[in-house]
Design a protein around this ligand. Structure first.
Ligand SMILES: [Fe+2]
Length: 316
């Protein structure tokens, strides 16, 4: 079977695209396109689409991953339940194969996404660690504005069947287990972290997770931002809007080590900023750890269990 190369975007729906665009702009994305039916947002990196919102009742439609090649789409289209390859009738210029995961979520695998010019990122250098003279003669001034979201990085779904669901993703998308978290007894799986399989090439510690939950569906979408100042400045900017709910952060994760911050969109869906992930390759040895360790931080506030609630509980 194929090996996807990265997460492309999450696909949500919302009854008010203006409100969604306002949130995502404050979160640090930029509009790539908008039709009367959907909103397409980009980051600083060249990918045309890192977030899709369709007009409709608030729900989570599914996730899209990048295929390495069109041949891989061809291979995937032969899988049980897969659609034929088709041109996506949306901005972004992609070809696509769709599947349905065991929880009923739509999983898209896309290829040929339009590449746009990189947007300017701030040129910041730090004088710290062993690099005390990176920035000489210039003062550090961090503008107060939204974060600079670079790219779509990982997605997390909830499911009552963690092992079975995760196996489906590994089989169809070629993902590999990074770490497994259990609660109490070892067979009581709480979460499985997966990375893309790029063999000896280094990739993000995780691109996709299944976490245990009674209702199958959305847990969070995650986006890489520029650096630590960008996480904090983005936090302050969202807070200054006085209408969005903060969930968790700022802290540094244990598994993956990212410096993170989590916010809810107006319909309660969690969106994450992070910077400074662990990068791993096929020499990584998967660990199996208890929840106290797997969900802990290296620093920052403790894991809030409301993180695992259904989003509608936290809508504005
Ligand atoms: Fe995350």
């Amino acid at each position: 079977m194929i090996k996807v190369t990265d997460l492309a975007y999450g696909r949500l729906s919302a009854p008010d695209l203006d409100q969604m665009e306002e949130f995502l702009t404050a979160f640090g994305m930029v509009r790539a396109d908008r039709t009367d039916k959907a909103l397409f947002m980009r980051g600083m990196d060249p990918d045309h689409t890192i977030h899709v919102t369709e007009l409709g009742d608030p729900s989570f439609i599914g996730l899209a991953f990048h295929a390495r090649s069109e041949e891989d789409l061809e291979i995937l289209s032969k899988a049980e339940g897969a659609s034929p390859i088709h041109e996506l009738d949306e901005p972004g210029g992609m070809k696509r194969v769709t599947l349905t995961d065991p929880n009923g979520l739509q999983i898209e695998v896309v290829h040929g996404m339009k590449q746009l010019d990189t947007l300017d990122v701030r040129k910041i250098t730090y004088n710290n660690g062993f690099e005390r003279f990176n920035r000489t003669g210039k003062l550090q001034r961090v503008p107060m504005r939204p974060s600079h979201v670079k790219r779509s990085a990982h997605a997390v779904i909830k499911t009552p069947h963690v092992a079975e669901s995760n196996a489906w993703y590994q089989k169809h998308l070629g993902l590999v287990t990074t770490d497994t978290v259990y609660q109490g007894e070892k067979e009581n799986l709480l979460a499985i972290f997966n990375h893309v399989d790029a063999e000896e090439e280094f990739v993000d510690h995780h691109v996709f997770l299944c976490v245990a939950g009674e209702t199958p569906g959305f847990n969070h979408l995650s986006f890489e931002v520029f650096d630590f100042d960008d996480v904090q400045a983005g936090h302050d900017h969202l807070k200054s809007q006085n209408k969005y709910k903060h969930v968790w952060g700022i802290g540094r994760h244990y598994l993956g080590s990212q410096i993170f911050d989590y916010w809810r969109d107006p319909w309660g869906r969690i969106h994450e900023h992070w910077t400074d992930s662990d990068m791993i390759n096929n020499s990584h040895e998967a660990s199996v750890v208890p929840a106290e360790e797997g969900l802990s931080n290296q620093w920052g506030p403790e894991f809030p269990w409301e993180f695992l609630d259904d989003p509608e509980k936290h809508a504005l």
